[in-house]
Design a protein around this ligand. Structure first.
Ligand code: THU
Length: 138
């Protein structure tokens, strides 16, 4: 399995950009393309709540806007700082972000969930989204 330590580190850098005055739950994401480019995202909240967008979607939409279509993995972190989740906890993507991933990624796209001390666990998109409305890209 690939070493995703650097990608997790990038997700922590992205987390610093989080705008989360309502939940205080800072999330960062780092999306890796097949060519080795990395797109960062953080969650951006809103005082009417529903316009809030997750870190993962910010990373995806930045990349797609730039013309990227081939993705290998995304690292996600949501622990630390004022986060309501504990320091050792992972931050799995929400259902909406998983749905966005199915639009652009193959079943073996890797979702890297970082926690403290550089630790992480890796899941495939197929594992986290086994039944989808569109067949996943092959
Ligand atoms: N959030 C993310 O950005 N990604 C996730 O995977 C889980 C949740 C954000 C949305 C909101 O700003 C805050 O975390 C609390 O749900």
């Amino acid at each position: 399995m690939a070493d995703y330590s650097m990608l997790v580190q990038k997700a922590y850098e992205a987390q610093k950009r989080s705008y989360c005055p309502y939940s205080h739950w800072a999330v960062g994401a780092a999306l890796l393309t097949k060519e080795g480019r990395i797109y960062l995202g953080c969650n951006i909240e809103n005082n009417t709540f529903t316009p809030t967008v997750c870190a993962e979607r910010v990373a995806f939409f930045k990349a797609v806007f730039e013309g990227e279509r081939d993705f290998v993995a995304i690292a996600i972190v949501g622990n630390g700082a004022d986060s309501p989740i504990q320091d050792g906890d992972i931050c799995p993507p929400c259902g909406v972000c998983r749905q966005v991933m199915t639009e652009f990624c193959s079943p073996d796209f890797e979702i890297v969930l970082g926690s403290h001390g550089g630790k992480y666990e890796v899941h495939t998109l197929k594992e986290l989204m086994p039944v989808v409305s569109l067949p996943l890209k092959q």
